[in-house]
Design a binder for this molecule. Sequence first.
Ligand SMILES: Cc1cc2nc3c(=O)[nH]c(=O)nc-3n(C[C@H](O)[C@H](O)[C@H](O)COP(=O)(O)OP(=O)(O)OC[C@H]3O[C@@H](n4cnc5c(N)ncnc54)[C@H](O)[C@@H]3O)c2cc1C
Length: 574
Amino acid sequence: MNIQVDILIIGAGLAGLRAAVECVDQATVAVVSKVFPTRSHSGTAQGGITASLGNEEEDRWEWHLFDTVKGSDYLGDQDAIEIMVKDAPRAIYELEHMGVPFSRTPEGRIAQRNFGGHTRDYGKHPVKRACHAADHTGRVVLDTLYDQCLRHRVKFYSEHYLLSLVMERGRYAGAVLYDLATGELRLIQAKVILLATGGCGQIYKTTSNGFASTGDGLSLAYRSGIPLEDMEFVQFHPTGLYPMGILVSEAARGEGGLLRNRLGERFMERYAPAVKDLAARDIVSRAILTEIRQKRGIGGKAYVHLDLTHLEKEKIEEKLWEIASFVRIYLGIDPVYDPIPVKPTCHYVMGGIPTDVNGRVLLDEKGSIAQGLFAAGECACVSVHGANRLGCNSLLDLVVFGRRCGLAMKQAISKYGHSTISNDSLRIVEQKIEDFFNSKGRERIVDIRQRMQSLMMEVGSVFRNEEGLRTGIEEIRSLKERYKNIAVTDKKKTFNFELMEAMELDHQLTLSEVILFSALHRRESRGAHYREDFPQRADRYYLKHSLVSQTSKGPEIRYKPVKITRFQPEARVY
Ligand SMILES: Cc1cc2nc3c(=O)[nH]c(=O)nc-3n(C[C@H](O)[C@H](O)[C@H](O)COP(=O)(O)OP(=O)(O)OC[C@H]3O[C@@H](n4cnc5c(N)ncnc54)[C@H](O)[C@@H]3O)c2cc1C
């Protein structure tokens, strides 16, 4: 069955839904999601969304700008960051008017809390900047935007899996989808397409990301000829619940939680004397792993403690109730009385599909535009997070740039008609699925995936070095060879998740190679990318964005300059 719409949005997280709400008044809009829309990863965001509202103490957008630039280790594009932080207060009030039930101060204003790296007076003191709804902020914003989409009659294709992007005469003109409930293929024609497919944290064994975060959109863009920007920068969040890696939001430290080692020391005092436990994530993650390496983990094991026991019980129950509840459920301990075991967990990919500030996808370092293609959210790289994202700046990025994409797509559709697309793309995909079913291979998907996830922890996580990265790339290549012999044993048509996992694994292997390849070529340490063999930042050589493209000989790297408008790079101390 072939379908025609003006605007096709792949991804029903906050980026996709915010864009849909913006353009549905003047266009037919379809939103596709492989999971039920409100199950998108955005719904798990706990801590909040930043804006310099100054509701609890003085704040200014200039300070938010400075913090984000410094947090990015000077790799973020300052023109894009300025757009984001200036637009933040408007974006929050807009969400409030749409119906988001933010937590309140006693006077009835939107409540704000501390978050790592957010400061007053250009780095002097922590500032309360993160607006939140207790510790389930993403949940309420996602539900509100989903309601708005239903109200405006956005058409949803739920539990539909994007298999391929279709190009017609050099322009992105449609997509092939797999309907998980029926096993049928659908070809959707569109004047423009927005990729809002989220991150790829599932490449790593220890991750805070949901099962859907497999990077499909990143990989499909890459294979269609788009370079991927700054993929070496993968954020490890300091406080994943030990041992599973489920996120314990930074809100816990924002509300006064402290990190302690085996000796009970507040070790962050040594690593970030000014803001201590509220330093940026890359710094805290390295500090925790250094403590563990130097045998100051709890009981000699690979974790430290996040201590909330000095906080009032009422505060924990009111402001951190979701965190408290899952610590009780998963570990059987009560954070009111017991410290929480934590270790760093893969959380966010700073890199992604390069775009301009209106979400238009860029084809090269000169800034040529990919016709008909937009990207927003975690899969995009504007770049506002540079080498390290500050907490609560992602939700802001999603709603600010999601909206800008919506506006730009509305304009773009007047330029384009529908191009007639042939059914060839459908046939190619049909054949691929047939090949999976008919394969005589013996390799199991789960074996390859588990090896990839462990390998990425070993060589591509918080600490990296030349030898590890080289051997890692070789091993990923041999896993790709093994992948050619995988067997899909489940042949049924409805809800064939094994088939979907086979497709996802292909994307994950592609992205693993890109991440390691980019990391190998950056011979310095910056933000989340730490090279043990090159521990210093080297602005002279590497103050630039990397762009990795697919070629017949494998990945190829190029660079483009960072946009610096106000703040020249300085030493980054907290
Ligand atoms: C546990 C956790 C807590 C977080 N807390 C915060 C926080 O407090 N504040 C903050 O600022 N940030 C937070 N983040 C980061 C932030 O939540 C994410 O970066 C953000 O939600 C990503 O949103 P998105 O719209 O880009 O994509 P997502 O919300 O990840 O959604 C991706 C969408 O793409 C769809 N999709 C993907 N592939 C396909 C395919 N092949 N076919 C069809 N559909 C597809 C999925 O179904 C889904 O709808 C948190 C992240 C995690 C994991």
